[in-house]
Design a protein around this ligand. Structure first.
Ligand SMILES: [Ca+2]
Ligand SMILES: [Ca+2]
Length: 455
């Protein structure tokens, strides 16, 4: 019964996806306090255990859509920051990078070399499904969201849009049903009996046999990572400092975040809508703080409090960043697919997104992937932050991402930063070695399944 378990498997995949989180690219590491003057902690805070939460993460105010505020990020220039939406809290800053800086970042990425941004289902998730040992009927009931005793196409797709990195459309699913004779009564619905008859990994095998084009993948792009710490190119360090000023977060948090990701989309490239971070449940750990996590934590997700996206060129055609449900009144995963229209499909339905940002060289957009917890720390995931890259219809698209990693579990974040600063302390005197141990691993080295990113 693998088709069904695959559906379930993706059910977990969606909620506990395992994302490469951190770079451990670190310089300073006082607990969460960091370097920013506004966020100094009292001495008493620097205790090894039981960190008291006295850090308040600043959060910018959007005021209203279209509101423009002036921000001072570099000497001799004032930037204008426009609020694009409140759900998610999303801003646009034209001219964040100069043309020259855009050129340098693209060249550095080309020198380093880019790799395919393939997305694969991680190993280990199957075991999870096996452990649960659910019957076909139980799985069927989980998938049958409207409890009408039939599986509609969108019920399957809501939990299994992706099989082995392949993005399923309603049309694909119909082809699969036809190819597998999965729906003998031809009503487009799977009854429990029809569902039972499907073979174990029938959907996957069907797709793989038919061959997979890159346009069918979740994302069709190439990317690389650029370290932004000491010794890196001045432009990369400037960019990091500018991001620190922009977000007003303690610099230690920014320093300890992932390196810059540079992405190239060729004509025909896309990235279907996704969240950059997962929701955080008590049993979930953040990838970047796993050093400090309880080792029995079964699930890992990337905790990216903020995404800063830089457009490194102006795209000739397409390539917008789409936010399908920005400022929607409600968010319901199920209603993302209606009447065969999948709002997450950025090859087909970008025009139906609530908000689209056109790529203009030098512009940055940034948004919060989490809400505030109301007490100055990271709260729940903001589901409205769903976004994707529309298909590039002409030319090439170059973008870069800075993600600011913060663990919604304050204790874990504080413990992690303390561990990092201890490592650095131990490296003192043998400075280079110390630095290397924490800073030279690329996300790929740390996460062989990097491919499997921010779905
Ligand atoms: Ca149903
Ligand atoms: Ca049927």
């Amino acid at each position: 019964m693998y088709t069904s378990s695959t559906s379930l498997h993706y059910f977990f995949y969606v909620h506990y996806n395992n994302i490469p989180g951190d770079a451990l690219a670190t310089q300073s590491g006082d607990a969460v306090s960091g370097a920013s003057d506004d966020h100094k902690l009292p001495e008493s805070h620097q205790q090894p255990s039981g960190f008291q939460r006295q850090v308040y993460l600043p959060r910018l105010e959007g005021i209203r859509v279209g509101h423009v505020q002036k921000v001072s990020l570099v000497p001799d220039k004032v930037h204008e920051m426009r609020t694009l939406s409140l759900k998610p809290l999303l801003f646009e800053i034209p001219g964040f990078l100069s043309e020259e800086e855009c050129r340098v970042v693209v060249q550095l990425a080309q020198m380093k070399g880019l790799m395919e941004s393939q997305v694969m289902v991680p190993e280990g998730q199957e075991e999870l499904t096996e452990q649960l040992n659910l019957s076909a009927e139980e799985i069927f009931n989980l998938l049958d969201l409207n409890q009408d005793g039939q599986l509609q196409l969108q019920e399957i797709l809501t939990h299994s849009r992706v099989l082995d990195g392949i993005w399923l459309t309603p049309e694909n699913l119909r082809e699969i049903y036809a190819g597998l004779k999965a729906d003998p009564d031809g009503n487009g619905l799977l009854s429990l009996e029809e569902f039972r008859l499907l073979g174990t990994d029938a959907f996957q095998r069907f797709l793989q046999q038919r061959g997979v084009k890159s346009s069918q993948l979740v994302r069709n792009s190439r990317h690389t990572w650029l370290y932004q710490g000491q010794g890196s190119h001045q432009v990369l360090r400037d960019l990091k400092n500018r991001v620190t000023r922009l977000t007003r977060l303690p610099s230690a948090l920014v320093d300890l975040s992932e390196p810059l990701q540079v992405v190239r989309y060729e004509q025909g490239g896309h990235y279907h809508a996704h969240h950059d971070s997962g929701p955080v449940y008590p049993e979930t750990a953040c990838t970047h703080t796993r050093l400090a996590a309880n080792s029995s934590t079964p699930f890992e997700t990337s905790c990216r409090y903020i995404t800063v996206l830089f457009y490194l060129n102006s795209v000739e055609g397409g390539g917008e960043t789409a936010f399908p449900v920005a400022d929607n009144r409600t968010y319901e995963e199920v209603s993302l697919i209606q009447n065969n229209v999948d709002l997450m499909d950025t090859r087909k339905n970008c025009d139906k997104s609530n908000l689209r940002v056109k790529p203009v060289r030098g512009t940055a957009v940034f948004w919060y992937n989490y809400l505030s917890d109301g007490q100055g720390w990271v709260g729940e995931q903001d589901e409205y932050s769903l976004h994707g890259g529309c298909v590039v219809t002409r030319g090439t698209k170059w973008v870069a991402n800075n993600w600011i990693n913060i663990d919604p579990d304050y204790q874990r974040q504080a413990r992690y930063q303390q561990l990092v600063s201890q490592q650095e302390g131990a490296g003192e005197g043998a400075e280079d070695e110390g630095k290397q141990s924490v800073s030279q691993s690329s996300p790929e080295q740390l996460h062989p399944d990097d491919s499997h990113q921010e779905l």
